[in-house]
Design a protein around this ligand. Structure first.
Ligand code: S3P
Length: 161
């Protein structure tokens, strides 16, 4: 079990907590979106626009499949746990933590974000429906559920560590 995967909806704090966890545990940190952007030389909105969402989902699986066998912390993209294959890879290669936030918190954090294509194309209600659709899959995938509401980033990090 070499990796710690942080999963959860957009805006649940995966990257912010991942960075803190990486400092605390002295392990390298990788943000999947950042790695995919680096590899393609494109931003996530550009990838969605040029190749479409399905191709982006393949890039996510590709990242998980070919990531070096090392101890590290990985902040996944919010859609990664949607594919059964991705869930299997994560559980087989690491410990999976689901960061659970209320939809109210999520919306407050992501609604004005221009870098998240899924948010850009959704109404508040559509995004909420996606949030409810994905939640059982996060729960199915994760070995640990972490409540984030009402806790500071440092408290959540300490709890996971
Ligand atoms: C997505 C979440 C994003 C990014 C892409 C799609 C999703 O990552 O991978 O915009 O489908 O939920 P974050 O969860 O880091 O925002």
């Amino acid at each position: 079990m070499k990796k710690v995967y942080l999963i959860g909806f957009m805006g649940s704090g995966k990257s912010a907590i991942g960075k803190r966890l990486s400092n605390l545990l002295n392990l390298p940190f990788y943000d999947m979106d950042t790695e995919i952007a680096k590899k393609t030389g494109m931003t996530i909105p550009q990838i969605f626009e040029t190749y479409g969402e399905e191709k982006f989902r393949e890039m996510e699986t590709d990242f998980l499949l070919h990531f070096p066998d090392e101890y590290c912390i990985i902040a996944t993209g919010g859609g990664v746990a949607m594919r059964a294959h991705n869930r299997e890879i994560m559980r087989a290669t690491g410990l999976v933590f689901f960061l659970n936030s209320t939809y109210r918190d999520i919306w407050r954090r992501v609604s004005t974000d221009k870098n998240r294509p899924i948010v850009q194309r959704s109404t508040r209600e559509q995004l909420e429906a996606l949030y409810h659709k994905r939640k059982p899959l996060y729960l199915e995938c994760a070995q640990f559920k972490v409540e984030t509401t009402g806790r500071s980033l440092n408290e959540i990090t300490q709890y996971i560590a």
